[in-house]
Design a protein. Structure first.
Length: 218
């Protein structure tokens, strides 16, 4: 796992992706926070899946009370270590965020436990429409106001790129890409309104980020 962490987002292309992704996320978080300021504010965030904490520290450093969850307890523990400045044996100091192992389809939290559910790079691994709908339903249940999520939407140019990569043996992932409108419809059926959807790179890449708002929070 730590070897993966060391390699991930280290290449030039991955650093560009990470920088662009972070910029969009910050913009959406600011938009949600501004809207929430007119009510009770936005404090409690569920980072699901938190992975090794690529964005967890950013959320915590922006003043959010973050709980990390991941299907892999080892990943969740690594996120806690990273937010505490590293594992104790690595000289880490302070205390990381609370973390737990959890299945996104059956979250162990009460209804409305969080102001925002933050879910980056989960849905492109979910190939079953039923599982996608179950996860969105759980996000709607445990969130009192918002969800910030990512998904892949069909894009002609990106599909050509993926086919070329497969032809040259460079694509090892099995990404679920949905047709336009499919994810937004599923989010609506789960009780969300789509505030904004932004592409990572417009017209080039299938990866999108979406800010969702519970209709009961309108």
């Amino acid at each position: 796992m730590r070897e993966y962490e060391k390699r991930r987002y280290r290449g030039l292309d991955q650093r560009i992706v990470h920088a662009r992704e972070t910029k969009i996320i910050r913009k959406m978080l600011a938009e949600a926070a501004k809207d929430a300021a007119g009510r009770d504010g936005m404090r409690r965030v569920l980072d699901m899946p938190c992975g090794y904490g690529r964005f967890t520290a950013m959320l915590r450093d922006r003043g959010f009370e973050v709980v990390g969850a991941d299907l892999s307890l080892e990943m969740a523990r690594r996120a806690a270590e990273n937010t505490a400045g590293g594992a104790p044996e690595e000289g880490g100091a302070g205390r990381g965020i609370p973390v737990l192992a959890a299945d996104a389809r059956r979250l162990p939290f009460r209804a409305g436990a969080f102001d925002l559910v933050f879910s980056i790079r989960l849905f492109h691994h979910i190939h079953s429409p039923e599982s996608r709908e179950a996860i969105l339903g759980e996000f709607s249940r445990v969130s009192s106001a918002y969800a910030l999520v990512s998904f892949y939407r069909a894009n002609g140019l990106h599909e050509v790129q993926r086919r070329l990569r497969r032809a040259f043996g460079k694509s090892r992932t099995n990404i679920k890409i949905v047709e336009p409108g499919v994810f937004e419809k599923a989010a609506g059926e789960a009780g969300f309104s789509v505030v904004r959807v932004l592409p990572l790179f417009g017209g080039i890449h299938a990866y999108h980020l979406a800010l969702l708002k519970k209709r009961t929070a309108d």
